[in-house]
Design a protein around this ligand. Structure first.
Ligand code: NAD
Ligand code: DAU
Length: 352
């Protein structure tokens, strides 16, 4: 069995579904079910004995000790985190609590469990920490993409909290010998993406006839990877990664935000034309920039390709078409996640 934390969120849920499609090893899924966690993401696993869900916090040491003793996982994949940069700017506290203190508590519980394993189990055990390219800071247009050797220079409360967690994971390997793996991935997109993030927000707002908010000049660059490709990279690292190593994960898909928004509009124009025949691009609205907004991220993914033979399966064109189609096919999922808490956030963030 493996333990997945944060497995009811966007990437975690995609990972759990993907894992059980590719094999039969059971998953213990520990998720606090914050605003971003959604059990409907896992509806297709209802009645499936291979999936055990527990609602709980990675910062709850007593719960962790009990779960580790009872289920004896052979590996842990840690997705649980507060993940939205804008929310970290409005309220950093939860980010420090979960991403830093939570990761620390999880590492401590795992270290105690792992130290008591018999020699074979101890050597085979893995703790895979899912992190982000944002820990490397920002790039100028002419800079080479981030390699694993790039300095850690986080600029937002979110990225600082993730960088802190990466450092803890590294230290638990060097000091205690815990067999850890860290992945630093670029921006994901795909099904089940919570509509506070750029791509799903644009799809959902476009269909609702609302403004499509573009921060600043819209020329900030992100490097996009289809979520199923991130899941396959994590499976590969878990299977063949070398303990103590860091692997960058990315799809070589750098795009300015405004291009992303226009691409989504063009797909919607084709797949669900507006009743008045006008383009959704007419709803694009430039709004106040994010404070401290990183200008460019780009991942150099040559190490994982060279050492582990991993490559993404989707191009941006195939992945974004699948994504837009998924949102068109799943309006009830969108309605479900647009709770009171979601509406409150949108009203606060886009007030001006
Ligand atoms: P998400 O916000 O959609 O999901 C996070 C999940 O973690 C939710 O289900 C939430 O309920 C759960 N959670 C939050 N706090 C918890 C706690 N204290 N204990 C247990 N569960 C808790 O995030 P996501 O986009 O799926 O990101 C997952 C991970 O991948 C994060 O660690 C993030 O930093 C990393 N990452 C995300 C991206 C991206 O583009 N979304 C890219 C690279 C890395
Ligand atoms: O790079 C990996 C990171 O990608 C992950 O670690 C984070 O968890 C994930 O949220 C994501 O962070 P970003 O800040 O890049 O994603 P977001 O979707 O919030 O924004 C993408 C870009 O679009 C960014 O430059 C800000 C901009 N943006 C975002 C929103 C929500 C807009 O222009 N308008 C918006 O309304």
């Amino acid at each position: 069995m493996i333990l997945v934390t944060g497995g009811a969120g966007f990437i975690g849920a995609n990972f759990v579904l993907d894992w059980l499609e590719h094999g039969d090893e059971p998953v213990l899924n520990l998720d606090k079910l914050t605003y971003a966690g959604n059990l409907h993401n896992l509806d297709s696993l209802q009645g499936d004995a291979r999936h055990v869900f527990v609602q709980g916090d990675i910062g709850d040491r007593a719960l962790l000790d009990r779960l580790l003793a009872e289920y004896q996982p052979r590996a842990i994949v840690n997705f649980a985190a507060e993940s939205h940069v804008d929310r970290s700017i409005h309220g950093p506290e939860d980010f420090i609590q979960t991403n830093v203190v939570g990761t620390f508590r999880l590492l401590e519980a795992v270290r105690h469990y792992w130290s008591a394993l018999p020699a074979g189990g101890k050597a085979a055990f893995r703790f895979l920490h899912v992190s982000t390219d944002e820990v490397y800071g920002t790039l100028a247009p002419e800079d080479p993409a981030f390699t694993e050797e790039h300095r850690t220079e986080p600029n937002s409360p979110y990225s600082a909290s993730k960088a802190a967690s990466d450092h803890l994971v590294r230290a638990w390997h060097h000091t205690y010998g815990l067999p850890v793996l860290t992945t630093n991935c670029s921006n994901n997109y795909g099904p089940l993406h919570f509509p506070e993030k750029l791509i799903p927000l644009v799809i959902v707002n476009a269909l609702a006839g609302k403004p499509l908010p573009v921060y600043g000049d819209g020329m900030q660059v992100r490097d996009w990877l289809y979520v199923a490709d991130h899941c396959s990279a994590i499976r590969r690292v878990l299977q063949a990664g070398e303990p103590g190593q860091v692997y960058n994960v990315g799809g070589w898909n750098e795009k300015p935000n405004i291009d992303i928004v226009k691409t989504v509009c063009a797909l919607l124009d084709e797949l669900r034309p507006r009743a008045d025949g006008a383009s959704y691009a007419g709803q694009i609205t430039y709004v106040t920039d994010r404070p401290g907004h990183d200008r460019r991220y780009a991942i150099d993914a040559r190490k994982i390709e060279r050492e582990l033979g991993w490559k993404p399966a989707e191009t941006f064109e195939t992945g974004i078409r699948k994504t837009v189609q998924w949102y068109l096919d799943n309006p009830e999922w969108v309605t479900n996640v647009q709770s009171g808490a979601y509406r409150e956030w949108v009203a606060k963030q886009y007030a001006d």
